[in-house]
Design a protein around this ligand. Sequence first.
Ligand SMILES: Nc1ncnc2c1ncn2[C@@H]1O[C@H](COP(=O)(O)OP(=O)(O)OP(=O)(O)O)[C@@H](O)[C@H]1O
Length: 627
Amino acid sequence: MSDADRRSFGKDLQMIKRGCTLARQISPGLMELTLVKSVLNAIIPFVSIYMLAVIIDELLGERNLKLLAFYVGVTVGGTFLMSVLAEWVSKKVSIQNGMFEARLQHFLNDKNLTMDFTRLEDPKNTELREKIMGNMYAAGGGVHAIVEQIATIVESSFSVIVAVAISFGALTATAAAGSGRIGVENSVWFSLLLIAAIVICIAQTVRNSRSAKKKEFELFQNGARINGYIGYYNHFYLEDDQAGKDVRIFDQRQLIVDEVLAKGRLPWLHVVNGTYRLNQKYLSFNSAISALIGGLIYIFIGLKALSGTISIGSVTQSYAAIFRLVSAAGHLSVSLSKIRSNNNYVELLYEFIDMPSENHEGTEIPARSEAGWEIEFHNVSFRYPASEQYALHNLSLKLSPSSRTAIVGMNGSGKSTMIKLLCRLYSPESGYITLNGKDITKFEYKAYLSLFSVVFQDFQLLAFPIGQNVAVSKDYEEENVWRSLQKAGIADRIRELPLGTKQSIYKNFEEDGVDLSGGESQKIALARAIYKDAPIVVLDEPTAALDPVSEYEVYSRFNEMIGGKTALFVSHRLSSCRFCDRIAVFHDGRIVQFGTHSELLQISNGKYAELWNAQAQYYTEKARFDR
Ligand SMILES: Nc1ncnc2c1ncn2[C@@H]1O[C@H](COP(=O)(O)OP(=O)(O)OP(=O)(O)O)[C@@H](O)[C@H]1O
């Protein structure tokens, strides 16, 4: 049983109502304008259908020229005015429709930004997002389709009402008493037979549409993954200059082309072929039904006209009105069915936006603390989602206010993980972290993060002007930006640029954008943390990409940079940890040693001494080799 079959009518209605609210939130005004357009579209054809009969009857009867001119004026003028209005509304609707995809993207991006990081990393969620967007532009399913279907429902309902009003006379007309006509065409059964035939045809169209939509939905569920593959390989093969280097050096072209073909193009061809065949079957069936209904109406109206039951003027009017009635009733039924099937797509969107953001549940604003900020890890253990291995085991560590703590350890020992937990990108599986004695999850997320100046190992800069990158705002104090750049040791380089802090980073959008080296970028990231001037500083290998001179300069300014702040500092260069009060040595997700540099060095069989000696030995050997 499909989801559409499983859901009750009430549930479907609820989902559609929610979709309308969402559509209005994403694109205000679109729903209202679309409805106006539908009503106009429904009325316009009936003006001429109705007036044509009036004009013909007048021509065959009194032939009053003034009246005829008036009828023609109403027909032409009315149609013209309404068409102009419809065109104007249509233009507005088209612009809004064109913007809808981008607005939906923004809407989803906002959700992404407030989503718990753990969920963001989960490939299932990336796929879900891909499906939502892919379904929209490839299958036309989703929240925008609700607007479209409601428009069709309103337009066809209006058409049905007006068409019934116009054709009612013809449908119910029987020969006048005493006219002598008693033909079958004048019995009520004749009209009922026509209606029954039409109802059967419409029901068949609805069934056909429902099964086509169901198959289409199934086909498209693989589309997101396929699109993901194609997008990924295109990015690597064509766009990303970073990856482009490896593609060339290792001659990865053939590998990528084969993968794209196997996982992207061929499966996509299957989807495209499948939908094409489905649509063709559906459209041919509808054309046949439409022709059949047209024929039936002609026979019906023709017999009535032959028998003199309806006037000649009414023939065209009745035929057009009944034909419109039937096609509108068909559209109405199909749209009612489609809007329910569309809930299969919409359900995916609701699943995405309803994902809870546990991290954003805290509400307390950290009170100002003159005494500084103390951070404590209480027996914290953590495993990454879908990972069996613990990245941190029973970690307990106290960072006193204004203290400087270094974290060292081998690759994969859990250093960055500890920082990610402190920044609430992940939550501990057991244990907890406190800030000045209070569990950090109790704090309002943004207010909590405002206390941290962080430089991540894998920091990112934006293709925006340098000043905006440093200040993370369009409005910033130029002086302050320069001071931060100076402290990060990159001010001289920026001064050389023609536009200084207004110069954009990278060439993505600006021809004169500046391409920075790895070390220069890291200095800008450092300047960004300095500019923020938050009371807690967290630096995850902040000098990994710096040359020895720059590294020395940065460290010699560390005291000035950190001042009385609480600082946490991760580094593989043990010599650079000496400015810290305490050093925590990580190994396999545990703290195996904790103390000052000299205390730890004295424990000759300890992990710190082992790491220190390994590094020292490398430098000694290098010095000997250089000689
Ligand atoms: N996003 C992730 N998903 C799953 N496992 C992860 C993820 N990030 C890190 N890990 C794993 O967690 C463990 C700790 O990683 P972490 O990045 O904290 O180490 P690290 O000490 O910072 O290493 P390095 O010195 O290389 O930066 C490693 O085994 C790593 O493979």
